[in-house]
Design a protein. Structure first.
Length: 94
C-alpha cells in the first residue's frame, strides 16, 4: 500500500509510516498515563501501573465492562511485555 499526499508531484510516504517489524500490539503514553492494545485487549492505566482499566476488545468493543480487577495477570502481562518493553525497561517520572 502506498500513501500519497497532494496531486501532481506527490511523494511516496511509505518509508515514513511503515514499520519493518510486524507488531502484535501497540502502546502509547501521555503525561502520566499509558495505553496498550493487542488483538484481544485494551489497557489504560497510570504510568506506575495503578488504576488499570482492562477491556476485551472482541466481546466488549464499546469498553463498558472493566475486567482489570478480575484479570490482574493480563494487566501485568500487558504492562510488562508491552508498555515497559516498548519504553526500554522503565517509564520516566514526570
Amino acid at each position: 500500500m502506498r500513501t500519497r499526499v497532494g496531486g501532481a508531484g506527490t511523494r511516496d510516504l511509505t518509508p515514513y509510516v511503515s514499520d519493518p517489524e510486524e507488531r502484535d500490539h501497540f502502546t502509547s503514553g501521555y503525561r502520566d498515563h499509558v495505553w496498550a492494545r493487542d488483538k484481544r485487549y485494551v489497557l489504560f492505566s497510570r504510568s506506575d501501573g495503578s488504576e488499570p482499566r482492562l477491556y476485551d476488545a472482541q466481546s466488549d468493543p464499546y469498553q463498558e465492562r472493566d475486567l482489570a480487577e478480575g484479570d490482574l495477570d493480563t494487566v501485568g502481562r500487558m504492562l510488562e511485555d508491552y508498555v515497559l518493553k516498548d519504553a526500554g525497561g522503565s517509564l520516566a517520572s514526570l
